[in-house]
Design a protein around this ligand. Structure first.
Ligand code: BES
Ligand code: MN
Ligand code: ZN
Length: 499
């Protein structure tokens, strides 16, 4: 929502600002290109300061040297950041977050992006910049009073001096699109449920039109016509109209080639319905649209960086409320697929929403594969905690590609089982299937339910209940809504499905 960091890239020969941040290794080592740029006096000053201090030059550690003349005769504060050689892009992302935490507030900063043992690659510089911006994200739209212990956050201009500025700038532009998608997803998750109704969510998704995304917003009349009675049943106790939004980004070489599809659970608030949840922590259920938020954020990123792929995004937007008109346990609804569903628990609503939109996506677009994201079960947190999302799939290649993208981005996935033994647990006495299989294996039986609605399509389900919101703070995320899934799936597309 708000971000005090503005980041630009310049060449190593550009002028310094009043705060200069330099990567420093053990014994005060700086890259030869940087030593040359700083001159003998400053390089010696850095080496002396490092020797005198207990500065360990561990990744992300910092030492601040007060302003002193020597940088083109202008006084400047030196911030030394400890750096070790990392083993991949994720480390630079994390390092960016760590640096952001060390930057002085409200001072323009020049960061010299070269590791102690040599110049940084343009991609690594861009990842570091992305990490800095992700760490600086703040959702403060509804805070009218400043907190006394927080320094005022005005704009801070960070200039990254790079050996190859043009290449770094190009990489940074791609990361701008990634940042914007994550920011959008975080905003949506953080917004309160009285503001972010299904209608308002649909309007915010429809705003992607300006990036060239084709948008189709369906209301209750159209959903009824399509036969989406499983989805509509969830929203029938709400005063707010339910919606489905279809987003199309056709950036592939051949617009007619089969697309790939991403599908999101968008329960804007989950009271549990008639099977109402306990009061404790219920406010967190404003984040039960984290799957839909990730899909919208992803579509934003793909369109903004003009991804060369045909991608469909589909989100189901409903509010799950108790009411005289609300759905009951015992009700039987007919889904769009024709399969009948016995409602055992109105709090197992996400799978009902997904059942209809997965089916619709398969029938309408016949995609190469579908990946759905959903804050689906509390059980996935019992299994995996809040560090990894659950991955369920009927296709080993898709599952492997997803897991790889998870490792690369740090949005980690852990594969969970599927199988006929679990599937039979959700057979119903009165209908084709029931919407709850009870407590044991709760995240698995939920996934089995979804699988009955994918019609044989290669598919993966990501249960992000633990990772989309309220997950442990990291170097690159200080926000309640994490935006989990945007970077992961952007990477999946970039590494495997772009021409
Ligand atoms: N939205 C919840 C799952 C959830 C719980 C997400 C906590 C994030 C944090 C989902 O709709 C739900 O209520 N699931 C039930 C299913 C049960 C009734 C079969 C659950 O997990 O308890
Ligand atoms: Mn629920
Ligand atoms: Zn839910």
């Amino acid at each position: 929502m708000s971000n005090p960091l503005k980041i630009a890239v310049a060449g190593l020969d550009e002028t310094f600002g009043p705060v200069v941040t330099v990567f420093v290794g053990k014994e005060g080592a700086v890259a030869p290109s940087v030593a040359k740029r700083l001159g003998k006096v400053l390089s010696a000053r850095i080496a002396t300061a490092v020797a005198a201090d207990s500065f360990q030059a561990k990744s992300g550690s910092a030492l601040v040297l007060p302003a002193e003349a020597g940088l083109g005769d202008k006084p400047a504060t030196l911030v030394l950041i400890g750096a070790e050689k990392g083993e991949g892009a994720r480390d630079f992302l994390k390092l960016g977050g760590q640096i952001r935490a060390k930057l002085p507030a409200n001072r323009d900063v020049t960061l010299i992006a070269a590791l102690p043992d040599g110049d940084m690659a343009p991609v690594d510089i861009a990842e570091m910049a992305l990490g800095m911006r992700l760490a600086a994200y703040k959702f403060d739209r509804y805070q009218t009073k400043k907190k006394p212990d927080e320094p005022e956050q005005k704009n801070t201009a960070v200039t990254l001096l790079a050996a190859n500025a043009a290449a770094a700038r190009k990489e940074l532009k791609v990361r701008d699109a990634v940042y914007a998608g994550v920011e959008l997803a975080r905003d949506l998750v953080n917004e309160p449920p009285n503001v972010l109704t299904p209608g308002e969510f649909a309007r915010r998704a429809a705003a992607l039109e300006k990036l060239g995304v084709e948008i189709d917003v369906l209301g209750e009349k159209e959903l009824k016509k399509l036969g989406m009675r499983a989805l509509l049943g969830v929203g029938q106790g709400s005063a707010e109209e339910s919606h489905v939004v279809i987003m199309k980004w056709l950036g592939g070489k051949d617009e007619k080639a089969a697309p790939i599809a991403f599908v999101g659970k968008g329960v804007v608030f989950d009271t549990g319905g008639i099977s109402i949840k306990p009061a404790q922590g219920m406010e967190d259920m404003k984040g039960d649209m984290g799957g839909a938020a990730a899909v919208v954020g992803l579509m934003h990123t793909l369109a903004a960086r003009k991804a060369r792929a045909n991608v469909i995004g589909v989100i189901g937007l409903v509010e799950n409320m108790p009411d005289g008109k609300a759905q009951r346990p015992g009700d039987i609804v007919t889904s769009m697929s024709g399969q009948t569903i016995e409602i055992i628990n109105t709090d197992a609503e996400g799978r009902l929403v997904l059942a209809d939109i997965l089916w619709h996506t398969k029938q309408k677009f016949n995609p190469k594969f579908m990946v759905n994201l959903a804050t689906l079960t509390g059980a996935i947190m019992v299994a995996l905690g809040q560090e990894m999302a659950g991955l369920f799939s009927n296709n080993d290649e898709l599952a492997a590609n997803l897991a790889k993208a998870g490792t690369a981005t740090g949005e980690k996935l852990w594969r969970m089982p599927l199988g006929p033994e679990y599937d039979k647990i959700i057979d119903s006495k009165f209908a084709d299937v029931k919407n709850s299989g009870g407590r044991f294996g709760g995240s698995i039986t939920a996934a089995q339910f979804l699988q009955r609605f994918v019609d044989g399509c290669p598919w993966a389900h990501l249960d992000i209940a633990g990772t989309a919101m309220g997950s442990p703070q990291t170097d690159i995320n200080k926000s309640w809504g994490s935006g989990f899934g945007v970077r992961l799936l952007d990477r999946l597309v970039a590494d495997n499905y772009e021409a």
